[in-house]
Structures are given as structure tokens and as C-alpha cells.
Design a binder for this molecule. Structure first.
Ligand SMILES: [Zn+2]
Ligand SMILES: [Zn+2]
Length: 152
């Protein structure tokens, strides 16, 4: 495995989470470091390029273990396959392009978890105790806005 794809920080993260340091885990983390918000297929391709054969199920298993340890965040957007990223645990949000699907991080509006403390009387939450708030800002990325303008 190339050193560049095996940053010490990933080894440290795995150890800190009490997980064994394995090549598939490091390869998945390296793939997500290079392509945040990736869907599973490009992750599988990157892992195969790095360590040879791995099954799609094997990559899902790694993603599930890393997700359970808080090292990977899974993003589910309406109408799209799940995406994965290493930036986990900070409750940031996403801006998603309606046209090309490019996804960008948007810092949490408030800076704490959960972001959306509604600031309303507790009755407004219908008795729920909120531990996460996901906000998706939908729109058009700069590249797609340029395309739209040129077509006018
Ligand atoms: Zn776009
Ligand atoms: Zn993100």
C-alpha cells in the first residue's frame, strides 16, 4: 500500500475508536479522503485499485463498522444512493446541485449538535428528544448555473 494512502491520522482514528487497523479499512478511509460524499461504487473501485479484490459487500461492511464507530458519516439524500464521508460527528449540512449532484459541505448553522434546537417551546417538538438535524440546501452549483445562462 502506498504511504500516501495510509495517513497516520487514519491509523490513529481506527485505534482511538478501538478498531483493528486493516488494509480494507484504511483503503476505504483513503478513498473517502480523496472523494468526500462518494457513493459506494467509486469507493469499491478505489479500494480494489489499492488492495486488489474486495467484494461490494465487504466495502459495505467496512462502511458500516466505520459508521458505527463514528469515523464515517452516511448521507441519505432524497432520490439518490447513499453517500459517505469522513467528516463525521460535527453535524455539518450539505448543499446539493439539482443538476449534477455535486455536494458541498455547509457548516452547521449554529455550531453545536443538534443544530436545529428549534428555540421554540417544547411542545413544538411533540415530546421528541432531538440528537441530530440534517439540513440539505438544494440548488444549482456554479458550473451548472453557468451552463444554464449559456443556454438562455
Ligand atoms: Zn451542478
Ligand atoms: Zn459533508
Amino acid at each position: 500500500m502506498s504511504l500516501a494512502l495510509q495517513p497516520d491520522s487514519h491509523v490513529a482514528s481506527l485505534r482511538a475508536a478501538g478498531l483493528r487497523v486493516t488494509r480494507p479499512r484504511l483503503a476505504v478511509m483513503a478513498a473517502l479522503a480523496q472523494a468526500p460524499h462518494a457513493q459506494v461504487e467509486p469507493v469499491v473501485s478505489a479500494v480494489r485499485a489499492e488492495i486488489g479484490s474486495v467484494s461490494v459487500q465487504g466495502v459495505y461492511d467496512v462502511l458500516r463498522v466505520l459508521g458505527g464507530a463514528g469515523l464515517v458519516r452516511r448521507i441519505d439524500l432524497a432520490g439518490a444512493a447513499a453517500r459517505y464521508e469522513l467528516r463525521a460527528g460535527d453535524n455539518h449540512h450539505h448543499a446539493v446541485c439539482r443538476s449534477c449532484g455535486v455536494t458541498a459541505d455547509v457548516d452547521c448553522a449554529v455550531g453545536t449538535v443538534p443544530c436545529l434546537d428549534p428555540g421554540i417551546d417544547p411542545g413544538g417538538l411533540h415530546g421528541f428528544v432531538v440528537d441530530e438535524a440534517e439540513v440539505t440546501y438544494w440548488g444549482y452549483c456554479p458550473a451548472c448555473r453557468t451552463d444554464l445562462k449559456e443556454r438562455e
